[in-house]
Design a protein around this ligand. Sequence first.
Ligand code: F3S
Length: 289
Amino acid sequence: MEVILAEHAGFCFGVQRAVDTVYQQIENSEKKGRPIYTFGPIIHNEEVVSDLQRRGVRVLDSLAAAGRVSEEERGTVIIRSHGVEKIVCENLKELGFEVVDATCPFVKRIHNIVEKESAAGKSIVIVGNEGHPEVEGIRGWSESATYIVGAVEEARNLVSRPGEELCIVSQTTFNYKKFQDVVEIFAERGYNGSVVNTVCNATEVRQAEARELAARVDVMIVIGGNHSSNTRKLYEICRQECEMTYYIQTLDDLHLRLPESVRLVGITAGASTPNNIIEEVQNYVRINF
Ligand code: F3S
């Protein structure tokens, strides 16, 4: 049996950078002796989060939680790749924390666009999922009215003020095709303003590669955390192409009995899946089937 690992399986550039930042800060803290926190779990992966916990990294879920930390315990807070609202960074600094910003540069670019365009008087349209931390973070950099549009219908129903100038951006992990559909609705409605395609190419590449791989293998294994929406999306894409597609978090979830006829197994993984988990699954399948 042959096992093919998707080239872009696992951590994307931004997540890798954020995780590396935490490990670097752990090393630095040994010198500084100050506690380290991440603002929210650094990634949607329980394995990584527990490893960090064992190394003393604590998770702050909110500004309120940060405020409850005693003054002498206010060490370094690392902002994860999703980014946060401007006010969160400001308040953390005011509370006396040192803020290390590991926001992915592609997300940071959206913050900069939103800050600049909203300051120039444009209203902001974020094409993305309401409530997603990245979207909430982006919204928090806008100084003007902000609309969140998750689907074509919402774009059709959006009531903007007459003559309102818009700047349309998207959540980095939003589906590019859906983003285009939404933009098309605004175009039909004769909106006034600009569109910046901020869909991250890492997601597109991973999805296209997964689709292509799933279409030519007999079994497809998708590895990722339970709460990872990009892994779920990968699973759905693969499932459309390959009926025997399995979604696992770690090797422990893999209870496969493969039919004799299976010759080719494909493996891909979501953006928050660490390399060691991917390697473990890959080696296990190679040796045991
Ligand atoms: Fe950044 Fe794209 Fe990953 S925006 S966090 S490289 S999915």
